[in-house]
Write a protein that binds this ligand. Sequence first.
Ligand code: THU
Length: 162
Amino acid sequence: MIKQELTTSFYLADLNELNSEEIELIEDAKIALDSAYSPYSGFSVGASVLLNDGKKIRGNNQENVAYPSGLCAERVALFYVGAQFPNHKIKTIAITALSKSFEIEDYISPCGACRQVMAEYEEKQDSKIRILLHSPNNKVLIADSVEDLLPFIFKSPFLKKY
Ligand code: THU
């Protein structure tokens, strides 16, 4: 048995270190918070996806009384892109959050299912998606690709092999 180690890389930045396009995308994700539907958790998540032609697509979490029927902000935005702009490339996704009951001090980190969906779209478009995780204290964690946030991604060759 051999123990292996895995390293990953990401950037930590202050909001004002980002370029204007990325600052605007984070502002758009904050606007997306306004229409989050999160009566059960009180935890609102906003996402904004930047397409290659400059369009920004907003998503927010949509909860449901039957809890598993709800959907995360990231997937709401990404599936909208997949449905409405299937031939556009996704350049960047910005994600932020706001809680009714406590001060969020850390970066919002996308759940595993949302990372898997990001991985699917990276594979589909054959280019990386930059990910901006915004913390309400205006710190930003930046990943160049979902590959840096999700090791051992399940990808289509696994299916095609057999
Ligand atoms: N949520 C998101 O929208 N995105 C994430 O990456 C993590 C969690 C939502 C799901 C649920 O509506 C609420 O946050 C609390 O988990």
